[in-house]
Ligand binder design. Sequence first.
Ligand code: ADP
Length: 545
Amino acid sequence: MFGLMQDQPLLISSAIRHAARNHGKAEIVSKLVDGTIHRTNYAAIEPRTRRLARAMQRLGLQATDRVGTLAWNSYRHLELYYGVSGSGLICHTINPRLAPADIAFIINHATDRVLCVDLTFAPLIQAIAEHITASIRAVVFLCEPHEMPSLALPAGMDLLCYETLMADADEDYTWPVFDERTAASLCYTSGTTGRPKGVLYSHRSTILHAMATNFPDAFGLSARDRVMPVVPMFHVNAWGTPYSVPMVGGSLIMPGRHLDGASLTALINDERVTMSAGVPTIWLGLLNHLRSSGQRIDTIKRLGVGGSACPRMIMQAFEREYGATVVHAWGMSETSPVASANAETEASQALDQPEYWRMRDKQGQALYGVEMKITGNGGVELPWDGVAQGDLLVRGPWVASAYFGNEAGSALDTEGWFATGDVATIDADGRMEVTDRSKDVIKSGGEWISSIALENIAIEHPDVAEAAIIAATHPKWDERPLLIVVPRAGRVIDPASVLAIYEGKIAKWWLPDAVLVVEELPHTATGKIHKLTLRQRFKDHLLSS
Ligand code: ADP
C-alpha cells in the first residue's frame, strides 16, 4: 500500500519560485566584470529566468540539450542555472581556469549547443572557436548590447547578446513538470590525471543535496543570512549555494572575478555578509589581508571550508581573532559536492584543547542521506577506530553512479558504492578524516604516511606560505616524504627550523627526509596543489642527494 501523500517531483525551478513568492525582497548582489555593483532580488529575477527559458526555446534548443557557461558568480549566471535547468535543458558549467585545449575537449565531449560567456572570456572564445564548430551553434555574451565584443566567429556560429535575447523574449512561460531524475546540470572534474570526466546531476540529486547542506551542522543557512559563495559557480555548482540559499530565502552576494583578501573584505563589509564558503587558500588570503591591514569582518558568523584539508591554523585564527565559526566539510564533484561536515556534539565541546583541535581537523560525519565506509586489502571493511586507514567509499542519492557518456551504474561496485580515491580514517564518533588521495599516499617500508597531516603541520611555521608533501623514491624504504615549501613574502625559510616544528607532533619515522624551498607550487584548475607535476620533478631527489 502506498502512502496517500502528494507525489510532486523535486525540480530545480521550485527553488526560485519558492524564493520569489515567499522571500521576494531578499537580495542578489553582484560584483560585475566592470567592477560595478548590481542589485536585484528574487521577485525580480524569477520572471527573468522564465524569459531566459523562452529565449533558449527561440534558439531552437530542445529538452536535454546542453548549454555551456563560462562565467563568474553573478546574477546572470544564477539566471542561467534556473532558466536552463528549469526548462529541461542541461546547464553545463565550464571551468575557465582549465587549459584551452581541455575546455574545447569538454565542450565537444558534452556536445554543447550554445555557450553563455562573460566578457572576460572573449579572448578564450576567439582562441578555441575553430575547435568547437562541431557542436556550438551560438556564443551568447552575458552583457548589454553596447558592451558586445567584436569577434570573428566561424561560419555557422552566431555571436549573440544576452540582454538582446532577453528583451526579445517574453516571460509568459510556465515551468514544465517532468521526472525529477531528469538531468539538470553537468560539471567536469578538473582531471588532475587523465582527461576530464563529466558528472551529470539530476533535479532530484540537486534538490536533496541543497536541502541537506542547509542542515544546522552543515552550512546551517537561514532567511537572515547574506551568503557570499566564493566557490565558483563554474565548479560543482558553488557547493549548491545557488539552490540552497534561495530555498531558505537568504540573500546571495556574488563576488564576481576578484577573490583576493582586500576585494573580499570590502564586499563582506559593504554587503554585511554573514556566511561564506570557499577553499582554504581563499581564507588564507583573506586572513593575511586582515592581519596586515587591521580590518575586521564583524558581520561574518560562519565560514564553510572544503576542497582540500583546512589547516588548523586557519580555523583557530578565524574563530579566536574574528569570531567566525569554521565549518569543515568534505566532498568531490561526484558527490555534488558536500558529503560530510564536522558536527560538534556535547561531548566534543567538553574535550581538552589538544583533543578538541585534533577533532576539528577531521572532515566530519556523513550528512544524512550519504553513507560512508573504509575498506582495506581485498575490499574488507575496516573498523571505525580513528586509526585504521583505507579507501573511502560513499553512496547516496547525490553521489554519481557513472560519468557522462557511460552506462548508469558503471562507476559503482556491485553493492552500489562509489570509490572516492581518497584514503581516510573514521573514528568511533563517525568522524571521517581524509589522510590522502590514494595516488598521493607515501608507502614507507610498507607503512602509510599521511601527506595531509604533514602538510598541515608545515603550514604552521611562521615563514611558510604553502607546503606540499610528495613521495620520493628511496633505496631502502621504497618511498619517503619530501617536503616542498614556499616562503611567505619577504621571509627566508630555514629548513632545519621547519623540521623542528614536527617535534612531538608525529611518529619519528614520519619526519620528512628533506625540505626543498621553491618560489611557487604548481596548481590545478580548482586551486589544488598539482602533485603529479611535483612528483615528476622531484621524485628522484633523495636518490640524487
Ligand atoms: P577536482 O579538483 O579533481 O575537480 P574535486 O573538486 O571534486 O576534484 O575534489 C575532490 C577531492 O578534493 C576529494 O576527493 C578530496 O581529495 C579533496 N577534498 C575535498 N574536500 C576536502 C577536505 N575538506 N579535506 C581534504 N581533502 C578534501
